[in-house]
Design a binder for this molecule. Structure first.
Ligand code: CA
Ligand code: CA
Length: 343
């Protein structure tokens, strides 16, 4: 009799658990469904996003390339004559015009020698599954009034070498004024392969050719990630550790995010001490609908303090150029932070 009662109780409890499980599961599924619908809506609203596959403004010091020529880091310079070759400049052209952006551009100066000067990007992988279209954008300061030489854009890959632009045949570049002009070239036909892009100064007397603002952009075939700062908490500290602030870094999109840089700063003025807690780092991979909790370094000396604190949390990534930040205030008492309010 006791066993039967016991069994009934177990069955009853199992039934309750089962119903609860079904309820939780169905709620979860409904939530997941609506979330995916929401994300699809967001994706449809913003459309496919441009992914920056390569960006170069020539701002970093040039370093020896694979065979010792000075080149932008990870790029190649190849010199086939003894005249002027590719080098960084702070002003461009014969009149000393400003660079397109930042402090430096890359330039070949004009002279009468028969030049064959190459400036080549690192290898760029154009994955079929990632991109629906790819473009090369760059700014150049030159013109082709002197017609002994030209500059070409050359795409090299496994078994091919294509000239996809020749300045001397592009009528936009013939007449003065000598000024910065943008060129956009379609690289979509190279999707599925790995390429390098070269600017070849070919021939004798042309104008100075300066290059800046280079970008290779891929349009993603999939939905993008979406970064969001979630809950900020200050309740993890102990007497031994001192105060700690944690924050949720969320990817509420469906696409994965990589190399998400985050930072937390907590500042305040206690009677005897300035509060200055910081934390920062990089999350190598934050999957779609994923979340990671990040924390400040601790400040043991804060255990005896009372202070209003200002909290700032940031997160960003460079492929889709996403970022989010959140400010909050709180009250640090001993080793805990209470009353955290987003502002
Ligand atoms: Ca620049
Ligand atoms: Ca070289």
């Amino acid at each position: 009799m006791k066993n039967i009662l016991c069994r009934n109780k177990i069955l009853k409890e199992a039934g309750v658990l089962l119903i609860a499980a079904v309820m939780i599961l169905s709620t979860g599924m409904a939530m997941a469904g609506s979330r995916i619908e929401n994300m699809e809506k967001i994706f449809n609203d913003i459309g496919p996003r441009s992914i920056i596959l390569l960006e170069e403004g020539f701002e970093d010091p040039w370093v020896p390339d694979s065979d010792g020529d000075l080149a932008p880091p990870d790029w190649e310079v190849d010199i086939f004559n003894l005249g002027y070759n590719w080098h960084p400049v702070t002003e461009v052209g014969p009149n000393g015009d400003p660079v397109y952006e930042g402090t430096y551009a890359a330039q070949v100066d004009r002279d009468s020698s028969d030049k064959d000067e190459w400036l080549t990007t690192p290898e760029i992988e154009l994955s079929e599954t990632m991109y629906s279209s790819v473009s090369l954008n760059f700014w150049a300061h030159s013109m082709t009034l002197l017609t002994d030489g030209t500059v070409k854009v050359v795409i090299k890959g496994d078994g091919f070498e294509d000239v996809i632009w020749d300045m001397i045949e592009d009528e936009v570049w013939i007449p003065p004024p000598l000024e910065w002009k943008e060129k956009i070239l379609d690289l979509t036909s190279y999707i599925g392969g790995t390429i390098t892009i070269s600017w070849q100064y070919d021939g004798g007397m042309c104008y100075n050719f300066a290059l800046d603002g280079v970008a290779v952009l891929g349009n993603s075939t999939g939905p993008p990630p979406v970064l969001e700062i979630g809950e900020i908490k200050g309740n993890e500290g102990t007497l031994l550790t001192g105060a700690i602030v944690s924050a949720e870094i969320k990817n509420v999109g469906l696409g994965d995010a990589t190399d998400v840089e985050w930072s937390i700063s907590v500042t305040g003025n206690a009677i005897l001490k300035t509060i200055n807690m910081t934390g920062n780092g990089t999350i190598a991979e934050l999957f779609g609908s994923g979340l990671e909790i990040v924390r400040t370094d601790t400040e043991p000396a804060t255990y005896a303090l009372i202070s209003k604190v200002d909290i700032n949390v940031t997160a960003s990534e460079n492929i889709y150029r996403l970022s989010d930040s959140k400010n909050a205030t709180g009250l640090l008492i001993g080793w805990k932070i209470f009353f955290i309010n987003e502002v």
